[in-house]
Ligand binder design. Structure first.
Ligand code: DGY
Length: 395
């Protein structure tokens, strides 16, 4: 297992009931910020559709005033934080053990009182929230705890210029994201979605031979990005007796290679040419935007399948539409697209050799719990001046 000491530490925090040893003794309000992927470029005031600037226009609720004034009080639950904003109640409960929670709505309505108190921002699963205006209004902000590994929705340089740290949750997401990669590969190979539609349709021939799938067992899998998640995919692929190729832009991973019997392709082109299944497992950076375009798709086998569990913008979607329409490749299976969700008239949605899931790589009961725990451990470490398990640095 590649689980780091830091992760073991945070697991042990979880096992303790009540206040962990690492817990910061003061109150650390957390803005539980919940936007939507497609709102990425919209300022936070618009996103929350509120009369921002109404500082002092309303009085604080009695409970919030109490929570903020009691030093040892772990926090305050804002009742509408649950289903309405997208963070599950058990996660809210977990955060409340360590922080005084404030929703964005509450912050905007009571800006004057809140702004100095807030030291942490909790960003739930790659939801964009932190813009310059928000940073300017939080003079004591120390850390943005991102729940999820990808931080492409955060402007790291800008945040760092405000002296604020960013953390993420690479350990918590690894298993569930690797699982969704395998699920997409198997579902696409065996045409599971079509099969299901046929099975439930009263009109279609049940035993059709014109929609045969392909086998995953003993096929060649090309993993682009042998990081923590890529490695877990490789471990799973071994059970299917797959030949595993991988490409990393920066670093060859000899230890992992040996552990799973993977072969390193220095050139991504070699991997593309040889693989039956190509899986993208990399974070999105300015350098790898549209790393899979017309040329790369053209290198793939006509029988190959492209799977993306990284970020939508890794693929040139126009080129993918064309490749799928013209059977340049067999199929695609995407858990991520650009934007999310795709507009209902997007050409990708009209194809039958594609499976699209709505960015559910970490959408499991276990993963979101672990992500919150990892984010909490990170944020507390920053506030306590301790070593930070997973800090993300601007490049
Ligand atoms: O970045 C991640 O960890 C996943 O995409 C969840 O947001």
């Amino acid at each position: 297992m590649l689980r780091s000491k830091a992760f073991n530490l945070l697991k042990s925090i979880h096992l303790m009931s009540g206040q962990p040893k690492l817990a910061y003794k003061g109150i650390h309000p957390v803005i539980a910020s919940h936007g939507h992927h497609s709102h990425r470029s919209v300022g936070y005031r618009q996103r929350y559709k509120t009369g921002a600037g109404s500082a002092g226009g309303r009085t604080l609720s009695a409970a919030l005033t109490k929570a903020m004034s009691e030093k040892e009080l772990p926090g305050l639950l804002i009742l509408d934080i649950g289903g309405t904003y997208g963070v599950q109640e058990n996660i809210v409960a977990l955060l409340k053990k360590h922080f005084c929670l404030i929703t964005m709505k509450e912050f905007l309505e009571n800006k004057k009182e809140m702004s100095k108190k807030i030291q942490s921002v909790f960003v739930s699963e790659c939801r964009p929230t932190v813009d310059q205006e928000l940073l300017e209004s939080l003079p004591n902000l120390k850390v943005i705890g991102n729940s999820g590994v990808g931080v492409d929705h955060l402007n790291l340089k800008m945040i760092s210029n405000f002296g604020v740290k960013v953390t993420n949750t690479p350990h918590a997401v690894a298993d569930s994201t690797a699982d969704i990669g395998m699920a997409l590969m198997l579902a696409s190979a065996r045409r599971l979605v079509e099969g299901s539609q046929i099975a439930i349709s009263p009109h279609t021939k049940y035993f059709a031979v014109d929609w045969l799938g392909v086998e995953v067992t003993r096929a060649t899998l090309g993993i682009i990005g042998m990081g923590r998640i890529g490695y877990k995919v490789a471990q799973r692929a071994r059970a299917f007796e797959m030949k595993i190729l991988y490409h990393n832009r920066k670093q060859r991973r000899k230890e992992e290679e040996q552990a799973v019997g993977a072969h390193y392709c220095e050139k991504m082109e070699d991997l593309l040419q040889q693989s039956d299944f190509v899986m993208l497992v990399v974070n999105l950076t300015p350098e790898n935007h549209k790393m899979i375009g017309k040329k790369e798709l053209g290198l793939m086998k006509p029988t190959a399948t492209l799977i993306n569990i990284g970020r939508g913008a890794l693929i040139d979607q126009d080129a993918l539409v064309e490749a799928l329409q013209n059977n340049v490749i067999r199929a695609a299976a995407l858990d991520v697209t650009y934007p999310e969700p795709l507009p209902r008239d997007h050409p990708l949605l009209k194809l039958n050799n594609i499976i699209i899931t709505p960015h559910i790589g970490t959408a499991t009961v276990q993963a979101i719990q672990m992500m919150a725990e990892e984010a909490i451990a990170n944020m507390l470490a920053v506030l306590n001046g301790q070593p930070i398990p997973s800090e993300v640095f601007p490049k």
